[in-house]
Write a protein that binds this ligand. Structure first.
Ligand code: ADP
Length: 447
């Protein structure tokens, strides 16, 4: 096992990894930009080191700064968290070339899944059902129109290098194809430096269901059921739950086994998430994320497992501490993402926290890097806290969420907390009857 791990991240996820390290008796090293000198992850880690100025490209994304930080502190492994370099195959290669361990899958697996076309082809070959669409990239408008006719409108045009919901456009009919196709390509070029796009049938009312998987890197793999992340704004998740209210135990086993077998066959190592759209009882693969996800705590809650601890164990060459049979679901968990954003437009709202109080009590977990007097810097992600509740069943989890949100105090800035109070007054949230378009429609109608 490692003696010392460097965490190449900030905010709540850096704290999350520090906590796992501390419980495992591993020394943690925080890295920070000059803008984050007073951040909670710096205070909580055993050691810390400044790796550059505020812009991420010069600090949290800087290969030389991170590698040097490992050399200076004697860290043997790097945990990337999510975002930043967590799915950067080149970084993994550089880490390994320096004799360090990357806590995550191999560079090759990250590369394969990072290109959405290759990912889809790989998934298909492994027996995973995929969304019908173009076979590979679509280079010309004529080709795009032909695909629209073949599969039937509406279709969605997506960036091969996509992520974070960017570079996606829906074409409702052939007349709308030209604009959608060109917009998707220029967005993709601007966001990812690669304008290759592919086309899929646009599903009209699916739920977003994702399967948490874990590979031991030695040909073994398990699944930890699904998370339903259908409540999205601009393709970004805001409310996640496990298990999915629409998924039966039989369906869970069917798709879970397909996913577990696939990652075993790949020889995948560590945590991963296979994302699907789910409509009329069918699952359609959209992508695989080769990292820990923001919403991993809902899975931890219902299975009683520490996923970061497992990532560290697997990366150090140890076996998974559970088998598929050990993994039994207990109750229901919900996570809400609390962002420093001003409603109704969700405009970023950094600033100084004048008062902070985290909710507590039975079944409540708050993953956050906030504290009284903390100034949220304007340079990074707007996610400031995740509130996770666990109950014996879904109604209890919802009641607990309501209670916990009522206890939370974040003064001095605007947050998305009022959104969740409003959502909890909606019947559809209580019946679990929502799809990926529900939230946008509800917001358009005035919330
Ligand atoms: P990203 O990597 O940018 O997050 P994804 O491929 O995971 O992109 O898709 C993000 C979201 O976009 C999905 O959760 C869903 O809401 C929507 N989406 C993607 N593909 C389709 C599709 N074929 N039909 C309908 N909605 C889709």
């Amino acid at each position: 096992m490692f003696d010392k791990i460097l965490i190449a991240n900030r905010g709540e996820i850096a704290l999350r990894v520090i906590r796992a390290c501390r419980e495992m008796g591993i020394t943690s090293v925080a890295v920070h930009s000059t803008a984050d000198a007073d951040a909670m992850h710096v205070r909580m880690a055993d050691e810390s080191i400044c790796i550059g100025p505020a812009p991420s490209v010069d600090s949290y994304l800087s290969f030389p700064a991170l590698i040097s930080a490992c050399e200076v502190t004697g860290a043997q492994a790097i945990h990337p968290g999510y975002g930043f370099l967590s799915e950067n195959a080149r970084f993994v290669q550089v880490v390994e070339d320096h004799g360090l361990t990357f806590i995550g899958p191999s560079a090759e697996h990250i590369r394969t899944m990072g290109d959405k076309i290759t990912a889809k082809e790989t998934a298909k070959a492994l027996g995973i059902p995929v969304v019908p669409g173009s076979a590979g990239g679509v280079a010309t408008l004529d080709e795009a129109k032909q695909i629209g006719r073949d599969f039937g409108y509406p279709v969605i045009i997506k960036a091969t290098a996509g992520g974070g919901g960017r570079g996606m456009q829906v074409a409702k009919d052939e007349a709308g194809m030209e604009r959608a196709f060109q917009t998707a390509r220029s967005e993709a070029k601007a966001a990812f430096g690669n304008d290759e796009v592919y086309i899929e049938k646009y599903l009209q009312k699916p739920r977003h269901i994702e399967i948490q998987v874990f590979g031991d890197g030695q040909g073994g793999g398990v699944h930890l059921g699904e998370r339903d992340c259908s409540l999205q704004r601009r393709h970004q998740k805001v409310f996640e739950e496990a298990p999915g209210p629409s998924i039966s135990p039989e369906e869970r086993k069917r798709i879970g086994d397909i996913c577990a077998n696939a990652i075993a066959k790949m020889g995948y190592s560590g945590a991963g998430t296979i994302e699907f759209l789910y409509e009329d009882g069918e699952f359609y693969f959209i992508e695989m994320n080769t990292r820990l996800q923001v919403e991993h705590p809902v899975t931890e809650a219902i299975f009683g497992q520490d996923l970061v601890r497992e990532q560290i164990r697997v990366a150090s060459g140890q076996k998974l501490s559970f088998t598929q049979d050990d993994l039994q679901i207990n109750g229901h968990a919900i996570e809400v993402r609390i962002n420093a954003e001003k409603l109704p437009k969700f405009s970023p709202c950094p600033g100084r926290i004048t008062a902070f109080h985290a909710p507590g009590g039975l079944g409540v977990r708050m993953d956050s890097a906030l504290y009284d007097g903390y100034s949220i810097p304007p340079y990074y992600d707007s996610l400031i806290a995740k509130l996770i509740v666990h109950g014996r069943d879904r109604p209890e989890a919802l009641a607990r969420l309501n209670r916990a949100l009522g206890e939370l105090i974040v003064d001095g800035i605007d947050t998305t907390v009022p959104l969740f109070h409003a959502l909890l007054r909606e019947k559809d949230i209580h019946t679990g009857e929502y799809n990926i378009h529900w939230l946008e429609k509800w917001l358009e109608a005035g919330g």
